[in-house]
Design a binder for this molecule. Structure first.
Ligand SMILES: O=C(O)CCC(=O)C(=O)O
Length: 284
């Protein structure tokens, strides 16, 4: 859909995203019971805590977003609770995300992320990859959902507004340790619980130290066009397949495309009958 045809409210958010590289949406979790989401989050934390502790003790770290001594990153939290899939398809952010990513949007990653009280930044200044620019769409945007009110000492996510338009990567070596927060133009994102931050992964961004007494708890979702490889040789987990009970959800989970070629569809997951009809009607 052309930008001029977007709903005016979505268009304003879309234009802020294109201009500044990010947009904040208040009360984005209003359709969900925040306490239930927090409970599900803690359930996932409890289930994965022993493995995280073993990893910290071993000193060998792998996993998403600074998984290590300063952060506990729980990949695919929907394996523990279905509400994390419902939030992936959140009506409060879905239309904006589709406007940003374009037709054939899928979710390519999700984490429940804890940046512990009294811990160092779990990552420094970076952008996720070079600026592959498109005049209308972004190659990847993330949604962060905040489960708690943030304060500036709570290990806030930091970014430089507009830096997605720079060709260069951030001068990260000049802004480490005590100097991390001296990055020119940086702002900290300090929203209320239930807010969503939608941001372009080519923004210059960093974690900051959490010097407060409270863990920072966020949900992370990454969205990309369907033609980006997602599961590769891994069959999507049964929880994702069962949840994806409409063609639109099949697409969101990177299984079968609605807007896209039938040849992109996974062969290791059976079509929903109505989706198979859609795929058969495609010419390519
Ligand atoms: O958790 C943070 O504050 C940093 C996140 C980050 O670097 C990323 O999502 O790429």
């Amino acid at each position: 859909m052309s930008v001029s045809k977007l709903d005016p409210a979505i268009r304003r958010q879309y234009e802020a995203f294109r201009d500044q590289g990010y947009v904040l949406i208040d009360n984005a979790l209003e359709g969900f019971d925040l306490n239930e989401v927090r409970g599900a989050f803690e359930q996932a934390r409890t289930a994965t805590q022993p493995a995280w502790k073993d990893m910290v003790a071993s000193g060998v770290f792998k996993g998403g977003y600074g998984h290590g001594p300063d952060a506990h990153s729980i990949e695919d939290p929907y394996l523990f609770h279905r509400c994390f899939l419902d939030i992936a398809d959140n009506p409060s952010t879905r239309d904006l995300m589709r406007a940003i990513i374009g037709p054939g949007m899928q979710m390519t990653e999700t984490f429940a992320h804890i940046h512990h009280a009294h811990s160092n930044p779990h990552t420094g200044w970076h952008r996720d990859w070079p600026t592959y620019r498109h005049p209308r769409y972004a190659l990847k945007a993330k949604a962060f959902y905040y489960l708690d009110d943030q304060t500036p000492d709570m290990g806030c996510f930091a970014l430089v507004p507009g830096s997605h338009l720079n060709d260069d990567f951030p001068p990260h070596k000049d802004y480490v340790g005590e100097q991390l927060e001296a990055m020119p133009g940086m702002i900290k994102i300090v929203p209320k619980a239930g807010t969503a931050l939608i941001w372009d992964v080519t923004l210059w961004h960093s974690a900051t130290a959490n010097t407060s007494d409270q863990d920072r708890r966020i949900l992370i979702y990454g969205y990309q066009p369907f033609w980006v490889k997602n599961w590769e040789s891994k069959t999507p987990p049964v929880q994702a397949i069962d949840w994806a009970d409409t063609p639109e959800r099949r697409q969101l989970m990177g299984i079968h495309a609605v807007d896209g070629r039938a040849a992109w569809d996974r062969q290791d997951v059976a079509y929903l009958p109505e989706h198979e009809a859609l795929a058969k009607a495609k010419v390519i």
